[in-house]
Design a protein around this ligand. Structure first.
Ligand SMILES: C[S@@+](CC[C@H](N)C(=O)[O-])C[C@H]1O[C@@H](n2cnc3c(N)ncnc32)[C@H](O)[C@@H]1O
Length: 245
C-alpha cells in the first residue's frame, strides 16, 4: 500500500492506536526477530558490550517500547543493572515480557502505557534509556520534544541509546521506503505475502526515519553532549546510536 499523502506534517504525533493494532499481531513480529531480519542478535550484543564497558556502577534502565524484552534480558546478563522498567502499548508483548524478565535478578516492572506520557512524569528516573525500533514512530516535532524530555530524565553521565531505521544522507523518506521495500521483499523469505504486505503498510504509514546527521543535530539542540553511531546493518537501513547526556 502506498504511503498516505501528507504524513507528516498533517499528523504531528504518533498514531498510537494504529501502531498498537499492528503489534497486537505479535507472532508476525516475532517471526522477523527469530529470523534476525532486523539484526537483533548484533544490536543487542552491541548493547551488552556497551553496558558492560561503560556502566560498572549499578544503573536503572528504562526500555521504551520494550516489546517482549526477549533480547533485552540477554543483553542485561552479567551487567550491573539494578532496576529495569519496560513500557509498551501492546498487551500481547507485555505478557511475554513478564515471563522473559522473570530471570532478571533485580527489581523490574512493566507498564502498559504510551512511552511519551511516561517520559513526562515527574518521578520517572533512569541512568540509561533504551529504544529498540520505537523512536522512529514519532514525527519529527514530537521527536524533538521527546529528546528534550529524555535529557531531563538522565543524570549528567547517563545515556540514551536507540536502534532505529535511518535515511542515507542524501535520501528522502519516499526513497527510503522504496529501498526498504526492495530489500525486504527479497530478503524476508520466511514471511508470507500477507505478512509482507502488513509490514509494508505499517512502515509506509508509521515510520519516520531521520538522517544520522539530523539526529545528531536534534540531540545537540536538546542539550545532549553528542551522538555516536555504534552499529549499522549491512544494507544501511538501520543504525544503533548513543546520545551522551
Ligand atoms: C518494533 S517493536 C520493538 C520491540 C523491541 N523493542 C525490540 O527491540 O524488538 C516496537 C514496539 O514499540 C511499541 N510502541 C510503539 N509506540 C509506542 C508508544 N508510544 N508507547 C509504548 N510502546 C510503543 C510497540 O507496541 C512495539 O511493541
Amino acid at each position: 500500500m502506498p504511503p498516505k499523502k501528507g504524513l507528516p506534517p498533517a499528523e504531528q504525533v504518533e498514531q498510537v492506536k494504529e501502531v498498537e493494532a499492528h503489534f497486537q499481531q505479535w507472532q508476525s513480529y516475532l517471526k522477523l526477530v527469530e529470523n534476525n531480519y532486523l539484526h537483533h542478535r548484533e544490536v543487542y550484543s552491541r548493547l551488552r558490550q556497551f553496558l558492560l564497558g561503560r556502566l560498572s556502577r549499578p544503573f536503572l534502565l528504562l526500555d521504551l517500547g520494550c516489546g517482549d524484552a526477549c533480547f533485552m534480558v540477554r543483553a542485561l546478563e552479567g551487567t550491573a543493572i539494578s532496576g529495569y522498567v519496560g513500557v509498551d502499548l501492546t498487551k500481547a508483548a507485555l505478557a511475554l515480557a513478564a515471563k522473559n524478565l522473570a530471570v532478571l535478578r533485580c527489581e523490574h516492572r512493566l507498564m502498559e502505557k504510551d512511552f511519551y506520557e511516561i517520559v513526562q512524569e515527574a518521578e520517572i528516573k533512569a541512568d540509561v534509556i533504551w529504544m529498540g525500533l520505537t523512536f522512529h514512530h514519532l514525527p519529527q516535532p514530537q521527536k524533538a520534544k521527546f529528546l528534550h524530555l529524555a535529557h531531563n530524565i538522565l543524570p549528567a553521565d547517563g545515556y540514551l541509546l536507540m536502534y532505529e531505521p535511518t535515511l542515507l544522507e542524501e535520501e528522502t523518506r519516499d526513497q527510503y521506503l522504496g529501498r526498504w521495500w526492495r530489500t525486504c521483499k527479497n530478503l524476508w523469505r520466511a514471511m508470507t505475502p500477507e505478512e509482507l504486505g502488513r509490514s509494508r503498510n505499517h512502515v509506509n504509514n508509521h515510520d519516520f526515519p531521520e538522517k544520522l546527521s539530523t539526529l545528531e543535530q536534534m540531540g545537540r539542540q536538546q542539550k545532549f553532549a553528542g551522538m555516536t553511531t555504534l552499529y549499522q546493518d549491512p544494507d544501511k537501513l538501520y543504525a544503533m546510536m548513543c546520545f551522551a547526556a
